[in-house]
Design a protein around this ligand. Sequence first.
Ligand code: ADP
Length: 484
Amino acid sequence: MRGISVDGKTVQVGVVVTAASAALSGLVGLWTWGGWSAAGVAVFASVTTSLLTWGIIARWAQRTADSLRQPGWSSATSPREGPFGCLIDVAAEHLRSIESRLQREVRHRLELEALVQVRSQKVRRLEMAFSALDTPVLVTDSEDRILYCNPAALRLFGRGDKDGAEEAFESLDLASLPALRDLVLETRLRASATSQRSTELELSVGGEVIAYRGKAVNVYGEGGVHLGVVTVLSDIRDERLAKTRHAEFVSAVSHEMKTPLASIKAFIEMLMDGDVADPEEQQELYGFIDAQVDRLTRMINSMLNLARIESGVIKIQRQDCELNEQLEKAADVIRPVAEEKQIRFVTELSELYLPVHVDPELFGQAIINLLSNAVKYTPSGGEVRLRSRMEEDQAVIEVRDTGMGIPEDSLPHIFDRFYRVPENNKAASGTGLGLALVHYIITDVHNGSIRVTSRVDEGTCFTLKLPLGHLEPKRRTERVLCSA
Ligand code: ADP
């Protein structure tokens, strides 16, 4: 036996051994009573006392062990009895403090885990949002090293759409795009003066030079520590093109208006100075002035129409229509003009019901413009033909004439604003805006296409294609049934 054993069996054995020892000591005492009386009694007494003490201690140990086995023994706060009670109280107190520290740590760990999860979801969402952007976005650190690039920015570095693994960013270098590097560098160096910089830059992407507006913003951490720069690049090619077109348009308008205005001014001066005394000649000059005023009016009206449609002032009201109905309406407007000029006007419309979703006003105006041109640039005795047919999922419209045609080198410019074929100028007056309007109405407003083929002195054919179908399928069925 080593030290104080605490299991029940040992205690029982101890009690039995104690009893046996006591009995043995008694016998020794009795035996020695006659011979060695005093020493025998002393030995008997000490052995008996030791054994009894050992038995009592073993019993306390047993009780202590039993109480330690109780669940929640450490949470009892009242002082424990017995010789080991104070030791157990101290151990219990230590245990309680360890338990509460452990609980705090576990709670803290769970909170941290939840926070990390929320943060990583937030970062993932942001990354996905940046990935969906066509606008390049890149983040650099306080030493201009690239920390993040969205796929659009990766394309700038010729990395295709490779997803932004961090190792991939490490190999990217701003030095390959000097204009971008300068913007980032200047933004960082002037951080104390201004938090952001914006500039226009041209970057070479895949052999193509693209104009961007770069906006770089300094990023600060806690305590104002500079963390780096976030740069966003917006493609401004369309903006530049629009500016150029606008400038070209203004210059073309001024040019086009100058000529009739100069003529009007010259004729009026002649009349005012009395240079033309003959009433017949005067009438002729009035006639010229009137014609120039008409030309200016037509030009202004055409420009206003175009500007109103493009700027959205005229609200586009597309609706489900039947194509041939619309074509018939336009034909009715032009037929008398053609007859007056002794031009054979033929309509050859499809027998099928051709459902289209168009703005009747604008679409009608486009067809009238084409028919009117066909009549204008076809000499008397010629023919103008309006046709419609179905081709797969498209409606095809043809405006064909047997007129003077358009020279090959003029064909690429035919839809440009103010463009007039020099060879055809004398055949009819015009503004050079009619076909630009037709092109806008068919392609931009109705998602269709327009194509022209022509041969000088043989004739011209404009072919339009529009998506077939109504927006509301139910109405389409009803109409199909009606027309059947
Ligand atoms: P315009 O008011 O001068 O007719 P458009 O924009 O309608 O302006 O047409 C541009 C030019 O295209 C015309 O000036 C004319 O020279 C040429 N053109 C258009 N349609 C035809 C056609 N059917 N046949 C020959 N030339 C045409």
